[in-house]
Ligand binder design. Sequence first.
Ligand SMILES: Cc1cc2nc3c(=O)[nH]c(=O)nc-3n(C[C@H](O)[C@H](O)[C@H](O)COP(=O)(O)OP(=O)(O)OC[C@H]3O[C@@H](n4cnc5c(N)ncnc54)[C@H](O)[C@@H]3O)c2cc1C
Length: 395
Amino acid sequence: MTEITRHLFLRQCLALGLSSSLAAALSATGVFGASKPSKVVIVGAGAAGLTAGYLLRRAGVEVQIVEAAKQIGGRVKRLKGFADFPVDLGAEWIHDEPSVLGDIVDDPSVLMDVETIDYEPQQFQSWVDGRLKQQNWLRRVYAEYKFKTTTWYGFFERFIVPTVRDQIHLNSPVASIDYSGSQVVVKTKRGQVFKGDKVIVSVPVTMLQRDAIRFDPPMPKAQSRAIRGVVMGDGIKVFVEFSKRFYPDVLIFDRGTKVALGGDYKTVYDAAFGKGSRRHILGLFAVNAQAGPYVRLSDRDVGAKLIGELDQIYGGQASRYYVKHVVQNWSKEPYIRGSYSYDFDDAEFDSMAEILAPLQQRVFFAGEALGGRNQATVHGACQSAHQTVKRVLAS
Ligand SMILES: Cc1cc2nc3c(=O)[nH]c(=O)nc-3n(C[C@H](O)[C@H](O)[C@H](O)COP(=O)(O)OP(=O)(O)OC[C@H]3O[C@@H](n4cnc5c(N)ncnc54)[C@H](O)[C@@H]3O)c2cc1C
């Protein structure tokens, strides 16, 4: 009997355009027949907040997405016009199979015709203790994916944002969340008030660590302690155009063993790799301690420092062929303040459940820090949104 009901329910959901897995989740978690929230306020319009809004809207829930910055995307940010391809100023790689894009959208009726490239650099070098070394063996162990003509921002713009566009409030930094009454009341620094049955907080963990949002009543001490235990260090990206290419596909500044996400990590790389570009665009990516020497400089000085370093490695060619550069200093972004949360010793995973615990089943949390094994990635942030939406609908 249960099976038949569930089966019918799933079929109806599909007919209404609800994805099979979300519908299954609603059914499995007992939402079917339970009263789902009619209004949810989402704090933050990054990958997690946008995805949560998209899923809730498709489940027939009214949402308001309240974003502090003047643009959506958070750490997903696009720069057009710098090169002959759009540049990802934040997240750039797809740190998993491209099928995760379909998992985020989670709608079998949508044609996922996004062109991705196999990111398999062939020329690797390392610069350690003043010595340049070939490290081409790395091509046998390293492979990822990237977008060919679009960006992470373009992906959200095309597949996620249209469902929630009218519900996004920009330039609205949330200052307090009061969940003491029958409705949750979200207030911004500008005095706007948003009310909902539930709230999903998807701001970077740094914002919670800095008490940028006041919770009333305050969150339990253990939860607050767990949040403060997450490590999210500095982060910066720089893109430089040169009139001639003199650098390899990837240059790493360590012993050549770490090429993907790492604790303290710095690399310069051919940002035009596989993009079909006619321009010579080099990227710098540095996080945590390796980003430290850059993030407190002005954008001009960041450029000068990087060019100086490249000149030392490549005999002055960086200055000779320099055209222009752009800096995205994530540590200076007032509503981000860093790169991504990072699991240095697995301790964060133990505290994940503590952080995720909803406040009185009304204030829920989502975001990359809560992405479990996929912490620190865009798809991890989105997976966290999927899980949190299921919990919200089931609560
Ligand atoms: C330099 C760098 C490189 C990266 N490279 C990759 C990569 O190649 N591949 C990959 O998968 N991931 C990468 N990442 C990680 C990825 O960008 C993040 O994991 C993901 O985008 C985080 O999404 P989120 O929604 O959890 O948080 P965010 O994107 O930070 O979104 C949170 C939003 O909350 C808003 N906010 C903050 N405070 C408030 C407030 N008080 N009120 C309202 N809104 C508020 C912020 O403005 C922001 O828009 C990179 C990150 C950085 C910084």
